[in-house]
Design a protein. Structure first.
Length: 421
């Protein structure tokens, strides 16, 4: 929301604002701010519409390509329940935006398991959807090696199909580069993108909390996979579909290792694969008492457990939840810049400088910079001029020493607080 608000003022991501959000997501948030402003309800509604689309689309894919022996709406119910694992999985985020297009790409891969001839449209769409997803959430670039591997090993891509998919994947990325080239920001973009994958993680939540909450659906998925593989026969197409899903989950784990925001909303990429495996459990073992009990626990128990846990975390003062502070060093509505992990100041103020993502900003400021890159930092600060800079760790103070000309613009009014002169 803060990023969309800032970019709607005519600034550009990476060039004028340092953040790790994907460029297409940044454009979407700018559009949302232009229409709705700071309306949190709009973000929640849009997020739930995307969730609804994913649920309906994924269920229709499983029916259309005869993934199971019977047509059922059970996957839609299961996937909807899994989206309630955490409150932030159904809210608008780059991960949810990008995963929507990854689900579309996965659907096209499933179509390859039943078609008996080469289809240029399908193979092009696989790459195109993957490239758009990467533009929304850069960590989803892991879909590229997934697409290459399963395309060759499972779907039997010919060389022509592989090249077509690669063209589709890189086309959205190329258009992003063209956009920044036209706006004289390509060099800044190429400088920031590598840092997005190397800066220090935001460990918002302990992984053990997800393991505890997710133990039950993971157990159902493992039993479903074991039973469908060992005790049930399947067609060649269904075997390929199972392999696509398993490798999807493996590459999802790899993507999760790479990402820098260790938060539950990033788990949305696992849901299509888990939905497939859990559906196998209920179709094969769900008609008895234990199966019906497991279904009720998944449908009602998982959302209730998630609500109870995250509500407890909020009441316990978890750093993941942003709260207004009783005292502030700025006036409400003021243009500020915050160089810390605490973004609570933006509840009452808006971004007024080039630095938004703190960990990425630290990596950016600590990297070796040419004279032109230092001049760009000075230019951004001298043009944007946030009225107040909150700098509890001394990063801005060190920048003033590196760029002494900034001392003519800012003064330290109190420890860790800098104001325009």
């Amino acid at each position: 929301m803060v990023l969309g608000e800032r970019l709607s003022e005519g600034f550009f991501l990476y060039q004028d604002v340092i953040d790790d959000t994907g460029p297409i997501s940044a454009g979407f948030f700018t559009f949302v701010h232009f229409i709705f402003g700071r309306n949190t309800l709009a973000y929640e509604i849009i997020g739930r519409l995307l969730v609804l689309f994913q649920v309906i689309y994924w269920n229709s894919i499983l029916i259309r390509y005869r993934v199971f022996e019977e047509n059922t709406y059970l996957p839609a119910i299961i996937m909807a329940a899994l989206f309630h694992f955490s409150f932030d999985m159904s809210g608008l985020s780059p991960a949810l935006l990008g995963s929507t297009f990854l689900v579309l790409a996965l659907g096209q891969l499933f179509s390859q398991t039943v078609l008996q001839k080469e289809t240029s449209e399908s193979t092009l769409l696989i790459g195109l959807y993957g490239g758009i997803a990467t533009g929304f959430h850069l960590n989803f670039g892991i879909f590229l090696p997934y697409m290459i591997f399963v395309g060759i090993a499972i779907s039997g891509f010919s060389f022509r199909q592989l090249i077509l998919s690669l063209i589709g994947f890189f086309l959205p990325i190329l258009l992003v580069f063209v956009f920044y080239y036209w706006n004289n920001g390509l060099s800044e973009t190429l400088q920031i993108w590598p840092l997005i994958f190397t800066y220090e993680k935001y460990a918002y939540q302990p992984i053990i909390s997800w393991v505890i909450l997710g133990a039950f659906p993971i157990l159902l998925a493992l039993v479903g996979y074991f039973y469908s593989t060992v005790f049930r026969g399947s067609t060649v197409n269904q075997q390929k579909q199972r392999q696509l899903t398993i490798f999807w989950l493996i590459f999802s784990v790899l993507e999760f290792i790479l990402l820098k925001r260790q938060a539950s909303f990033e788990l949305v990429i696992f849901l299509p694969g888990l939905t497939y495996l859990i559906t196998q459990f209920f179709l094969n073992l769900g008609r008895g008492f234990l199966g019906k009990l497991a279904f009720l626990l998944l449908l009602f128990g998982l959302p209730v457990a998630g609500w109870w846990y995250w509500n407890g975390e909020a009441n316990a003062g978890s750093a993941y939840f942003v709260r207004p502070k009783s005292e502030s060093a700025f006036k409400p509505g003021e243009k500020i810049m915050v160089l810390s992990n605490d973004p609570s100041a933006f509840l009452e103020a808006s971004l007024g400088g080039p630095f938004l993502n703190f960990q990425l900003t630290k990596a950016y400021l600590e990297s070796d910079k040419t004279l032109a890159e230092k001049a760009k930092i000075f230019q951004n600060l001298s043009i944007q001029k946030p009225k107040t800079v909150i700098d509890p760790d001394g990063n801005f103070k060190a920048l003033l020493e590196e760029l002494p000309a900034l001392k003519n613009i800012y003064r330290e009014s109190e420890p860790g607080i800098f104001r325009l002169k």
